[in-house]
Design a protein around this ligand. Structure first.
Ligand SMILES: Cc1cc2nc3c(=O)[nH]c(=O)nc-3n(C[C@H](O)[C@H](O)[C@H](O)COP(=O)(O)OP(=O)(O)OC[C@H]3O[C@@H](n4cnc5c(N)ncnc54)[C@H](O)[C@@H]3O)c2cc1C
Length: 370
């Protein structure tokens, strides 16, 4: 029986463990945390279920296969959601994506519409700032995107974010239709079960050897051996979900990530946010948080109180790979140097902004090729 060693029991570690088990591999999963699930595990605060970040299933129709796969293990409820963005200058919560009926109510709406009319139909962009100004003009960019992005990615200037923004930008008309529709999120769902995706972790790790509360401290890439503080394990395949620079002892430099602090607050009110509003975005310079989430909206938890979380960007943990070309290139250099029997998958592992649907698609493709 071939042996696989998996570093990390988050969504990607579990998905790859399940695929390997289905092909009769002997699978051992390591995680420094005492329980499986990584960032998608549901925890409880005063009986209120929550995850770190909203972690709803979102994806384009092309990832429907991923939805169907997950839905068989963890039945899902489709959600109809709106996002609000706090427009401090107006003391007004506008929906996001930007909607024409909201912008009409802004004090300087004439100037904004004149700016939109004057935009060229098409322009070239090299970075986040040019991309958004090309789409919606300077004022709306400053209102909705500028400070949100600077905060979210710990940047001094949005021109630093240059990976994936070298593009021909088409002027984007403001939304006029339903405020519930998100072009890139045709599937929008959340597990029905009170404990969210937790059953997925139990099912996928069934019959695997579990090494929880066990940190992988080193790896020998030539001999396929991973080390804990007091032991070593050899495998035919190593699947890593941690940052690829770790696998090479940062030999070409450390990869940059941005993290989050999550502040949990229970409020003495049954519903905090208006109906169908799941998130509030805070795009203003003088607010630390980027987002507020009301978990009840996702979990349907019944209580006379409600749990919200505030997400505050931080450099204390590694959650989001940047979209800065020099960081992406460095990650690629590490990934290209991996020997064939070591795979690096998941969000940190691929240094890509992958979501749950992408991870399932990666896992299903891996199964086909195994
Ligand atoms: C704040 C936030 C919100 C998000 N919201 C959504 C959303 O709404 N919808 C969506 O589809 N996607 C969302 N995502 C993305 C999605 O949740 C992630 O892409 C996915 O969960 C990543 O899973 P993973 O297994 O790659 O990583 P993780 O969940 O980070 O798991 C990695 C695991 O590896 C372990 N580990 C790391 N290093 C070691 C080591 N050396 N030794 C032992 N163990 C180790 C960690 O303890 C952790 O358990 C969000 C991401 C974030 C950060």
């Amino acid at each position: 029986m071939k042996k696989a060693l998996i570093i990390g029991s988050g969504f990607s570690g579990c998905m790859f463990a399940m695929m390997l088990k289905k092909k009769n591999w002997d699978v051992t999963v390591f995680d420094r945390a005492p329980m499986a699930g990584g960032g998608v595990r549901t925890f409880y605060h005063g009986g209120h279920p929550y995850t770190y970040g909203p972690r709803h299933f979102i994806g384009p129709d092309s990832n429907m296969k991923a939805f169907e796969f997950l839905n068989k293990i963890v039945p899902m409820r489709h959600i109809k959601k709106m996002n609000y963005s706090y427009q401090q200058e107006e003391d007004f919560f506008a929906s996001y994506p930007m909607h024409i009926d909201d912008v009409k109510q802004f004090k300087n709406s004439n100037k904004i519409f004149a700016e939109l009319d004057a935009l060229p139909k098409e322009t070239k962009s090299k970075n986040f700032e040019e991309f958004w100004i090309g789409r919606v003009g300077k004022t709306l960019y400053e209102r909705f995107n500028k400070y949100y992005n600077l905060k979210a990615w710990n940047l001094k200037s949005n021109t630093e974010m240059d990976y994936g923004f070298e593009a021909t930008v088409k002027r984007k008309p403001l939304e006029t239709g339903s405020r519930y529709e998100f072009p890139s999120e045709h599937i929008n769902a959340y597990p029905i079960a009170h404990d969210g995706y937790n059953k997925f972790f139990d099912v996928s790790l069934k019959d695997c050897n579990m090494m929880l509360s066990t940190e992988i401290t080193d790896i020998d890439l030539d001999k396929n051996i991973i080390y804990t503080n007091n032991d070593k394990f050899e495998g035919d395949l190593i699947v890593s979900t941690t940052s690829p620079d770790f696998l090479f002892k940062n030999c070409w430099g450390e990869l940059n990530y941005v993290g989050r602090e999550f502040y949990k607050i229970v409020l003495p009110i049954e519903n905090v946010l208006p109906k169908d509003v799941y998130f509030l975005y805070y795009p203003n310079e003088n607010e630390q948080q980027t987002r507020v989430t009301e978990f009840k909206k996702f979990t349907q938890h019944k209580s006379k109180n409600s749990l919200i979380t505030l997400e505050v960007p931080s450099m204390k943990n590694k959650l989001y790979p940047t979209m800065i070309a020099k960081d992406v290139d460095l990650a690629q250099k590490y990934l290209d140097a991996l020997p064939p029997k070591i795979m690096s998958v998941g969000r940190m592992g691929t240094y890509r902004y992958v979501d749950i649907d992408d991870i399932i698609m990666q896992g299903l493709q891996f199964y086909e090729e195994l």
